[in-house]
Design a protein around this ligand. Structure first.
Ligand SMILES: Cc1ncc(COP(=O)(O)O)c(C=O)c1O
Length: 400
């Protein structure tokens, strides 16, 4: 009898965590490494949010909470959806989890049966296919093209849907490409979804607040209210409020799905950490002005990185609308030879030579299902980004 579960053979470890680990190891050996692999803001959690957590501790809010979250947070979530997305949800239609990750996992766990397909546009956030596979479903990838700024075309979505499709996973702004869909671009996809009433929509709006210029965020049910009864709208405080370590994510959707997710969570982790939930109440209900300030900083970094990467030989980098990632192509370097003598056959070869030679840690695109590209997280200081891009330019110029 095997000790480990068969389910484990269906999943891979996270490539983004592996890159961060490799960068840490090189640093520990004394190497000068710039890590651009991590997917978290470098800003600190705002003081008013920290204070709300400290106050919660002082009040003794340190006990188990209801599985789906404290009523105050579920009310704040319902209000957020009305205020920011014009979506009508009652508090009972919301659920709070230990990070957005748990929300997604619970949704798949609560709904997937063997043979069920989940349509995932590529490039995708690394955890979607692994979660689907762990829960017994089958991920179905739909590649996008760099020339379309990594956005899914309606006809490609239509072709990917079969009678076995249970979910369509939508993520805008996207990790890893930063691509964000305008209202019109999203409408083209929701029109397709309206033709397939058996398909549910799982929209991951985690990067909602990180869009740049005059781009206006849109979420599927806002664009097509006809999808209300079969959409789970997921979001969280991790990215917008610089709260990755607090582990609070949330979603709203049809009551029967929320109840099923509550059932899973009740046998797994129960309610999320009480103190973090009170901090999240302040995040959603408190002042929002620092989000605008952070956005300006991110936009400046994005523009710097895109411009410097496009000056690197063999690299081409579209300008994404959101998140804090860029997803440049290194197609111009495939087949070329690194200073070490290694010939690049894949984007993974490129990023590992870049790390060894110049000490710049980025994540290969094949980890996100579309290459030859790589992902840079620009959630770090402008000075470090400038130095990293200079090193990338030098590295590319030295390849023959
Ligand atoms: C697209 C996307 N969804 C969900 C998550 C998970 O968020 P959380 O840290 O709240 O679990 C991440 C985190 O990297 C992400 O990039």
């Amino acid at each position: 009898m095997a000790f480990l579960a068969d389910a484990l053979s269906r999943v891979k470890p996270s490539a983004t965590i592996a890159v961060s680990q490799k960068a840490r190891e090189l640093k520990a050996k004394g190497r000068d490494v710039i890590g651009l692999g991590a997917g978290e803001p470098d800003f600190d959690t705002p003081d008013n949010i920290k204070k709300a957590a400290i106050d919660a501790i002082d009040r003794g809010e340190t006990k188990y909470t209801p599985v789906s979250g404290i009523p105050e947070l579920r009310e704040a979530i319902a209000k957020k959806f009305k205020r920011e997305n014009n979506l009508d949800y009652t508090a009972a239609q919301t659920i709070v989890g230990t990070g957005g990750k748990q929300i997604l996992f619970n949704a798949f766990m609560a709904t997937l049966n063997p043979g069920d397909e989940v349509v995932i546009p590529a490039p995708y956030w690394v955890s979607y296919p692994e979660m689907v596979a762990l829960c017994g479903g089958t991920p179905v990838f739909v590649p996008t093209k760099q020339e379309n700024n990594f956005k899914l075309k309606a006809e490609d979505l239509d072709r990917a849907i079969t009678p076995k499709t249970k979910w369509f996973v939508f993520n805008s702004p996207s990790n890893p490409s930063g691509a964000a869909y305008s209202h019109e671009e999203l409408k083209a996809l929701t029109d397709v979804l309206m033709k397939h009433p058996h398909v549910w929509v799982l929209t991951d709006d985690m990067y909602e607040h990180l869009t740049y210029g005059d781009f206006r965020f849109a979420t599927p049910v806002e664009v097509e209210p006809g999808l209300y009864e079969r959409t789970l709208t997921m979001n969280g405080v991790s990215k917008a409020y610089a709260m990755t370590g607090w582990r609070i994510g949330y979603a709203a959707g049809p009551l029967h799905l929320i109840k099923a997710m509550d059932m899973i969570q009740g046998q797994q982790t129960s309610g999320a950490a009480s103190i973090a939930q009170w901090a999240a109440v302040e995040a959603l209900n408190g002042p929002q002005d620092f989000i605008g300030r952070n956005k300006e900083i991110f936009q400046g970094r994005r523009d710097l990185v895109v411009s410097m990467l496009n000056q690197a030989r063999g690299i081409s980098c579209p300008t994404p609308e959101g998140a804090f990632y860029v997803y440049p192509s290194c197609a111009g370097l495939i087949g070329k030879t690194a200073p070490s003598g290694k010939v690049f056959e894949t984007d993974e070869d490129f990023v590992s030579e870049l790390l060894e030679t110049e000490g710049v840690a980025v994540v290969h695109g094949s980890a996100f299902g579309l290459g030859p590209n790589f992902r840079i997280s620009y959630a770090t200081s402008e000075a470090l980004l400038e130095e990293a891009c200079r090193r990338i330019q030098r590295f590319c110029a030295a390849c023959r």
